[in-house]
Design a protein around this ligand. Sequence first.
Ligand code: ZN
Length: 332
Amino acid sequence: MMRTRTMALLLAVILRLTCTFALFAQEPAQAQRRIAITIDDLPAGAANSMTAGEILEMTDKLLATLRGQKVPVVGFVNEQKLYKTGEVDDRIKALNRWLDNGFELGNHTFAHTSLNRVPLQAWEEEVIRGETVTRQLLAQHKMKLRYLRHPYLDVGADLQTRREAEAFLTSRGYRIAPITMDAWDWMYAGVYDDARKRGDTALQKQLVDSYLSYNTAVFDYGEKFSKNLFDYEPRQILLLHANWLEADHVGELIDLLQKRGYQFITLEDALSDGAYSSPDDYVGEGTGWLDHWAITRGHPAQNTPVFPQWVIDKSRDLHGQVPPQATPATPY
Ligand SMILES: [Zn+2]
């Protein structure tokens, strides 16, 4: 009797030790990193040149991967893209897919209007106009419209405009959705779409490889920059766009982030990081919030990752001067 109990106890100790070692073995080498993913220009970056059927197909593929990987996402809507004759219902259906799959929607203004390029009041009207359908869809899912993402990341050309816009947004119940990492997928998206349509698999692969290696540089850079600014890596917020490149390959980007030790969190969770209350007086061309904080402190960014010129050239060849959603000076 005694012997059996001792044996059992010994076994229990061994089992616990084994479990402890197994736990340690699974622990990633790096410290735990956290990131929230946001996706702009819904229902699709290139919505104007896509049919509602294509938008739905693209949306379903994108969301299936994100859901499968349990990645929470807020998608930011430009409601103007819903209004194509005969397709409005289906385009709204594409937005609803986000909510039906457990994701959240935010406002990206009605017509993707830059706060740096129109008077404050005109911009505020674009914000209000951009709420109509999204707010209704959210209410049907018992959710509230609570995030705004500035088009082109333009937060205002001068400080007074910036602060007045912020007060306006707060009064309408919004929290501004900053970004700290920018994948620049919009610059690849048009070239990728064209290669996809032509069945040019070699170019598609070349673009995906370039996209992933450019983003490796973006993450390397963002992590170091963060550490220099805060002595730790705050919870990051990544900017992506709704396009076929992401629908086909976001899984590989997620792998890349997981290998770097990232855990995927909600935007709300990311914003609870103290870094997002840092002093920020930035005005001017749209850029990420790491730049905002660094420039506010008088230490502008250096040695930023260089975007592959051949992708810019190919994009230019396709679209003339600039890709469809970009203005000459400011992307996003
Ligand atoms: Zn945008």
